[in-house]
Design a protein around this ligand. Sequence first.
Ligand code: ADP
Ligand code: MG
Length: 639
Amino acid sequence: MTDRAAFAAETRGFQAEVKQLLHLMIHSLYSNREIFLRELVSNASDACDKLRFEALDKADLFENDSALKIRIGFDKGSRTITISDNGIGMNRDEAVAHLGTIAKSGTKEFFSRLSGDKQKDANLIGQFGVGFYSAFIVADKVTVLSRRAGEPAEAGVKWECSMAGDEAGEYTVEPYAKALRGTDIILQLREGEDDLLSGWKLRSIIRKYSDHIVQPILMQKEEWDQEKAENVLQDEEETINQANALWTRAKNDISDDDYKAFYKHVSHDFEDPIAWSHAKVEGRHEYTQLLYIPKRAPFDLWDRNPRHGLKLYVRRVFIMDDAEKLLPHYLRFVRGVVDSADLPLNVSREILQESKDVDTIRGGCAKKVLNLLEDLAENRQEDYAGFWREFGRVLKEGLGEDHANKDKIAGLLRFASTHTDTADESVSLKDYIGRMKEGQEKIYYVTAESFNAAKNSPHLEVFRKKGIEVLLLSDRIDEWAVGYLTEFDGKQIVSVAKGDLDLGKLEDEAEKKKVEEQAEEFKPLLEKIKTSLGERVKEVRVTHRLTDSPACLVVDEQDMGANLARLLKAAGQDVPTSAPILEINPEHPVVSRLKSEEAKFDDWAAVLFDQALLAEGGTLDDPATFIKRMNQLMLDMRQ
Ligand code: ADP
Ligand code: MG
């Protein structure tokens, strides 16, 4: 040992978010206090995995001891619980970086979403992942002794933090010579937590949450001492978990609770998953997949860099977390494990990028997830509705991203519709087709900026009259998604606001004839309106799509929909503007009135156009003039 310390002892302040997290955790997670052990064991296990991975090409790191294990002990006298591992360990800088700050992306946004409501915040924190700091739920002082594998004993560090009540602002780091590599975490229990100082209690918590941990978890054996009338610790140790990789076990040997506990380990989630799929895939590439659908969206789902992907193992050796190549982006909410039998152990993220084997695995995983969702949609509709609320918008991204599975994804979509008239998205394309009217050949939808705007769109009038269902799309992503969704099950999917309304067999001959006659009859009026509105419209024509409104706007088949154009403009994009087509309702009294108007014709025509624009969610170029005209016309009517 050198006589000079490797670094100076110091007291440091926590990052503000850590303080907030500590405070919240103690208050809102107390009823789940047992999770502290799950989190610390999970970290110990991760540390062992990391060492095994680094030692693949640096066997020295094992320091002649490659039997990785986790130990849990307790001492009634000092009222402490100690969790030890001989994993990768930490040096001073790592302890400061990992135990003094939260490095997750999106942390700031996450904290800004906390409400102060215990129950809600507890759920949110669950999604965020509580980790190391959960130790403070049961301990008021936490001491971490650690030494990184491959570094000398003197490079060890002692990290310590005491809490007075539930406030902690600072921690200390100082040199600590540690002969054995790895980490000891010593918890000084809070008052009232003494029931945890029991071998029986600790064993039961470990079996409940950590049975699946790959490394053996050891505890000292205990024997009943008649004289002392209590259990006495023995020198001998025993393994108290199954200590094999859960996904390698036979399915019938794994209980639902085992699967759920393992999910919490891989996902850091707090709640049970909604569904999972476990399969061994044989063939050209052999791999095992264990995939989970979470119940709730993770806090970073819409982040620029969301946590994404699966844990990758190669022949049971942990390789990396968040292997994003193993799943398409739109399935970024899925958690789980892939264990490949064929990839090389030294596989890196770069190699994964290029690997054809990985493409096969990704394809296989995507199919599995979609099958799982299909099964959920079919057999557990309520759970599927919950899934859709949380992840529907993400799934829609798949229409553009995953061409091979487009039909499967389309089948999983859910929509609001005129048939249900609620904003709930519950109608599938299959439901829709099942209730199509006789003679109906197409699937109809309308897009708008809000559910109410969609529901009350004048374009729906004739559909309502004929009882034809229309899907109501009001999510921003819908505009983009329907661009990829042109067909389902042989049926064309079309907008009710685009092109000539062709209801095909839904119209009888008499109706068609009437429209033709009206077109003839109104020709002079149409031309007059066109002349009056000039460049603002591409064409003016009569329509039979309206029953209650005097006019509406439509765009040509090949032109961009008005709602999409508005969205793109709002996003700052240059969009080619093409004038809309004004369609008028020949049966409407306002239109009849227009026929005989002379002096104020231009005002009437302008109001007709402007109200059609407003009705479909557009904004007026010159609202003041519109209002002036309206008022004038109202006054005129009194005369
Ligand atoms: P997470 O496990 O999600 O990364 P934690 O709060 O549980 O978050 O842990 C924070 C970090 O502290 C870990 O990522 C790891 O770098 C470090 N750490 C915690 N416990 C250990 C340990 N037993 N051995 C080595 N490093 C650890
Ligand atoms: Mg952790």
